[in-house]
Design a protein around this ligand. Structure first.
Ligand SMILES: Nc1nc2c(ncn2[C@@H]2O[C@H](COP(=O)(O)OP(=O)(O)OP(=O)(O)O)[C@@H](O)[C@H]2O)c(=O)[nH]1
Ligand SMILES: [Mg+2]
Length: 233
């Protein structure tokens, strides 16, 4: 996927492109969590396929745009990489509003960073509608965690994720483990919720956008059979 990014100093870019008629083309994703847990590295691994072992604190907020195609429909994720450092939190939190998904990152080798995820979530939810936002809890730096130690941490992380009603993912930006899979999951869930929101709006205007196509189970079976025989030729 291609990306487009930069540091945001002033106004965030417009969330919808006027050339694109549909409203579900771009989803805003915010990435929050303690300083140095690996938020920037996670985004850079996915968007640029790079990894920097030196820590460079994010100042305020950065963003990247990733383009996808979901079921043939162009769809973009606008990834907002926020600063974990306390002194930048105030600037970063002004960008929380209007998120379709909140990604809360902690370091699987740092118990305190997991404990702090509840506060990060609470702060992000202040600016968003809790019933309309998809949550992900991401354990980072899995490569640094010996398996026995990791499984202890995973138990706690799954518990926290359940309480938050978030999906739990463990990743490593150093090795790339699970990074693509994670963002593809974010893209599919946010795409799905955008389509549902769009359908709800349109059915509020008029019932009839959803047309039932008559097909019986046996028709479906026949279609599958036909496809199968074609590919075997
Ligand atoms: N071994 C290992 N190190 C990682 C991984 N991800 C990040 N790091 C290291 O952790 C440090 C912090 O990473 P960043 O991505 O800058 O952390 P951040 O969450 O963006 O920090 P702030 O911008 O201050 O909020 C860097 O030195 C990275 O190289 C990982 O998956 N494995
Ligand atoms: Mg950062």
């Amino acid at each position: 996927p291609r990306h487009l990014g930069g540091r945001l100093l002033a106004r965030p870019p417009a969330l919808t492109c006027p050339a694109l008629p549909s409203r579900f083309k771009i989803s805003k994703i915010i990435v929050v969590g303690d300083l140095s847990v690996g938020k920037t590295c996670l985004i850079n691994r996915f968007c640029k396929d790079t990894f920097d072992k030196n820590y460079k604190a994010t100042i305020g907020v950065d963003f990247e745009m990733e383009r996808f195609e979901v079921l043939g429909v162009p769809f973009s994720l606008q990834l907002w990489d926020t600063a974990g450092q306390e002194r930048f939190k105030c600037i970063a939190s002004t960008y929380y509003r209007g998120a379709q998904a909140i990604v809360i990152v902690f370091d699987v080798n740092n118990v305190a960073s997991l404990a702090h995820t509840r506060q990060w979530l609470a702060d992000a939810l202040k600016e968003n509608d809790p019933s309309n936002v998809i949550l992900f809890l991401v354990g980072s730096k899995k490569d640094l965690s010996p398996p026995a130690q990791y499984s202890l941490m995973e138990r706690d992380a799954i518990k926290v994720a359940k309480e938050m009603q978030a999906e739990y993912w463990a990743v490593s930006s150093l090795t790339g483990e699970n990074v693509r899979e994670f963002f593809f999951r974010v893209a599919s869930l946010t795409f799905e919720s955008s389509v549902l929101a769009e359908l709800e709006k349109s059915s509020a205007r008029k019932i009839g956008d959803i047309v039932r196509i008559h097909s019986t189970d046996s028709d479906l079976y026949l279609t599958a059979q036909r496809r199968k025989s074609k590919c075997c030729l």
